[in-house]
Design a protein around this ligand. Structure first.
Ligand SMILES: NC(=O)c1ccc[n+]([C@@H]2O[C@H](COP(=O)([O-])OP(=O)(O)OC[C@H]3O[C@@H](n4cnc5c(N)ncnc54)[C@H](OP(=O)(O)O)[C@@H]3O)[C@@H](O)[C@H]2O)c1
Length: 383
């Protein structure tokens, strides 16, 4: 048993050991300020980094804030709605998650949000236009102003999240403005890193959750549209890893590991939830577009917008090349997971009480080119 004095000395020595800094704790990402890490690893550490996450209140944002804060990074979380940021506050140690009220049109607030940061993430985006904000402002002019202010404030790293399908020639305005946004950011912040994730799935996604509730809207194009779904956790981890890398890539595509049709994903949900496949018919595009346009004008809450319908007919980039197009995951040292591995966690809530605890059975994949995923071919495969 240690005496009180001896244990005090012991604790003091341990504290000195922990607070001792070594040369490798020092990182200088720019001339702005050195980054010095300290303390034990984990949530109570101080990584020395300060990150601003615009768009932190969204689906991807919450996972990124969590991954940054749990390694001891101080995270600035700009928010619009008081209630939307409350869950973020507890993701880091006391004082490490700092909410700041923010309006995308207010440059002073933007400057305030990035003033102390050495890395800025822009995750702001919207699937549909509203009366207040069009795609142009959310995806092009807004990000450009953020990047410009970050540059002026001496922030060394700006990470702009775009979309895998960003293209100047797309029939979707969303994808076109995403592409224009990349160029607009690069014009004012030439070293910015552009990240292009595929469609993401997770608890709050607009993919699996929406498919489970509204299968009819995923049967457009005979449900033959091919996508590269990716786990939101993998994308969040990839973004978080960028914080500690010495040299950042200019552009990074993050598609899911496999190509799937909407038909397969609908079958996956139906098999996992033990709910009968939807018997809804495939509606003609012109009819759905007309109805969506009408609803968008008549209602003040978001419904399926005409541009989202347009996107339901567009295959993801690399969908035709499947595994041969694996994106830039190697750069951040991550192997993205297959959707079959996680889908049950996100769709189990759609099982009835009788089926809730039944075993997990996966449907057969229509095409499986890799030997490594041949285990998924069996209909009887049980977790
Ligand atoms: N989800 C996907 O499958 C997917 C796939 C590829 C790329 N992306 C891109 O990845 C980024 C994050 O996606 P996400 O799914 O997390 O999006 P999300 O859930 O819709 O969140 C969007 C974020 O942008 C903010 N935002 C939207 N309009 C704004 C405005 N006018 N002023 C200020 N903030 C505004 C939202 O703030 P509020 O909470 O205040 O509304 C929210 O924090 C987006 O750029 C998206 O386009 C998403």
């Amino acid at each position: 048993m240690l005496s009180a004095k001896a244990s005090l000395v012991h604790a003091q020595r341990a504290a000195i050991r922990q607070s001792k800094r070594a040369y490798h704790d020092l990182v200088v990402p720019s001339e702005k300020k050195p980054v010095v890490s300290a303390g034990p690893p984990g949530r109570s550490a101080v990584s020395g980094h300060v990150a601003t996450v615009f768009g932190c209140t969204g689906f991807l944002g919450r996972y990124l804030v969590h991954k940054l804060a749990k390694t001891g990074t101080q995270v600035i979380v700009p928010y619009r709605d008081e209630d939307e940021k409350r869950h973020l506050k507890v993701m880091g140690d006391l004082g490490q998650v700092v909410p700041l009220e923010w309006d995308i049109r207010n440059d002073n607030q933007t400057a305030e949000c990035v003033r102390h940061s050495d890395i800025v993430y822009n995750l702001v985006g919207r699937d549909y236009e509203t009366k207040n904000f069009g795609f142009e402002e959310i995806h092009v002019t807004g990000p450009q102003r953020m990047a410009h202010i970050a540059r002026e404030s001496g922030v060394p790293r700006f990470i702009h999240v775009s979309h895998l399908n960003a293209s100047p020639n797309s029939s979707s305005i969303f994808y076109r403005t995403k592409f224009e946004g990349e160029n607009a950011v690069r014009d004012v912040f030439p070293d910015a890193t552009i990240v292009r994730p595929g469609p993401m799935y997770g608890y709050e996604d607009k993919l699996l959750q929406n498919m489970a509730v509204w299968p009819i809207w995923w049967k457009l194009n005979n449900a033959a549209t091919k996508i590269r779904p990716v786990h939101v956790m993998d994308v969040a981890q990839a973004l978080a890893n960028l914080e500690r890398m010495d040299a950042l890539p200019q552009i990074m595509s993050l598609p899911g590991p496999s190509t799937h049709t909407y038909a397969y994903l609908l079958e996956l949900i139906s098999t996992l939830t033990y709910n009968a496949p939807s018997g809804a018919p495939t509606l003609p595009k012109s009819l759905v577009l007309a109805a969506a346009g009408l609803l968008q004008r008549a209602l003040f809450w978001p419904t399926l917008s005409p541009d989202e319908i347009e996107r339901r007919y567009i295959d993801d980039v690399g969908a035709d090349r499947d595994k041969k197009f694996s994106g830039d995951w190697d750069v951040v040292g991550i192997h993205p997971d297959e959707i079959e591995r996680h889908a049950i966690a996100y769709v189990r809530r759609y099982r009835s009480a009788v089926n809730y605890a039944r075993p997990i059975v996966l449907p057969a994949r229509p095409v499986c080119r890799l030997k490594s995923c041949s285990f998924l071919l069996s209909r009887d495969y049980i977790w």
